[in-house]
Design a protein. Structure first.
Lengths: 161, 161
C-alpha cells in the first residue's frame, strides 16, 4: 500500500523535459568565501540551484532523483530549492548538460560554469593566479557582485607579490 | 546561402522540452475588458504568454514555429514575449498540453484555463451567468486582481435583474 502510494507520487521526467525546465528555472552560480584553511585563503563554491514555490517541491525531488545527487531544502519565504554543491554531483550535472545542451542563452552561463568546475577538478583554484582566472570567468556569469570584491583583493595581493 | 544561414538559426525543440520550458516560464492568463459591442458589455481575453530577455528571442520564435500560431513582439523593458490570443491558436496550445501534461502545479492553472477556453468556444461567455462562472474560474488562476472588480459589477447587475 505504502509502496503503491509512493509510486503514485513519483514523477517521471525525461532528459528533454529537464533541459526545458532548467532553461527556464536553473541557475549556475559561483560563490566564494574566506577560508583560512585553504592555500589561497578563499574557497570557491560552485553551485547548481533550482528554486520553486513549495507547491512544486515534488518537481525538485524528481530532479534530485534524476541527477542522483544534491539536496532539497526549504529556501527563503515559501520556496524550496534543489541544490548541488559537491564536485562529484556537479560533474554529473555538467556531464548531463554537455550531452543534452540547453537551448536558451543560459548555455553560455553553463559553459563558463563547466570551465570553472574543470579548473577546480584540476586543482587550479589552489593558486592565486588560478583563483583569479576562476573569479573572472565567474563574474561573466550573470550578476554575481560578491566576486568583484574578492577579485580586487586578489589583484592587490598579486601586485604586492 | 541565405536558406542555409536561416537553417542554422532554426532551433529544434521537442515536445518534452516545450513542456519543461513552459512548466518554468509559461503563463495562462485570463484578461477582461469593457466592450459595449458584446452582449454582456465585457470581452474575455484568454492568453498564453512566454516572456524572456531579448537575448532569448530565438527560443520564442521556436515556440511560435512549434505551436504554429501566436506572435513574438517586444514586451516592456529589454524583454520579448510570445503571445497566443486567438481562439484557434489557443485550442492548438491546449490540445498540446492535454496530450503532453505539465509536471508542475501549473497544470492546475492550465486545466482551469482550458475549461474557460472550452466555455468560450461553447458561447457561454455571451450570457452574464456564463461570464460570471468564467471570471470565478479565472480568479482561481494565480493572482489576477483585475477580474475581481468585474466580478463585483456582474454580481450587482445579476442582483438588480
Amino acid at each position: 500500500m505504502l509502496a503503491s502510494s509512493l509510486k503514485v507520487n513519483k514523477m517521471d521526467i525525461s532528459p528533454d523535459w529537464v533541459v526545458g525546465f532548467i532553461d527556464g528555472e536553473g541557475c549556475f552560480l559561483i560563490g566564494i568565501s574566506r577560508n583560512p584553511a585553504t592555500a589561497t585563503g578563499y574557497q570557491v563554491l560552485p553551485e547548481f540551484v533550482v528554486a520553486r514555490h513549495r507547491r512544486d517541491v515534488q518537481v525538485l525531488y524528481a530532479l534530485k532523483r534524476f541527477f542522483r545527487c544534491g539536496v532539497v531544502r526549504p529556501d527563503h519565504s515559501d520556496r524550496y530549492a534543489y541544490r548541488v554543491r559537491d564536485l562529484q554531483g556537479l560533474r554529473k550535472v555538467c556531464d548531463f548538460f554537455l550531452k543534452h545542451p540547453l537551448k536558451t542563452k543560459k548555455r553560455i552561463d553553463f559553459k563558463r560554469f563547466h570551465r570553472i568546475l574543470t579548473m577546480i577538478e584540476q586543482g587550479k583554484h589552489m593558486s592565486l593566479d588560478g583563483l583569479l582566472e576562476i573569479i573572472k570567468i565567474g563574474l561573466s556569469i550573470g550578476n554575481q557582485p560578491h566576486l568583484k570584491q574578492v577579485l580586487l583583493e586578489i589583484q592587490q595581493r598579486l601586485r604586492a607579490g
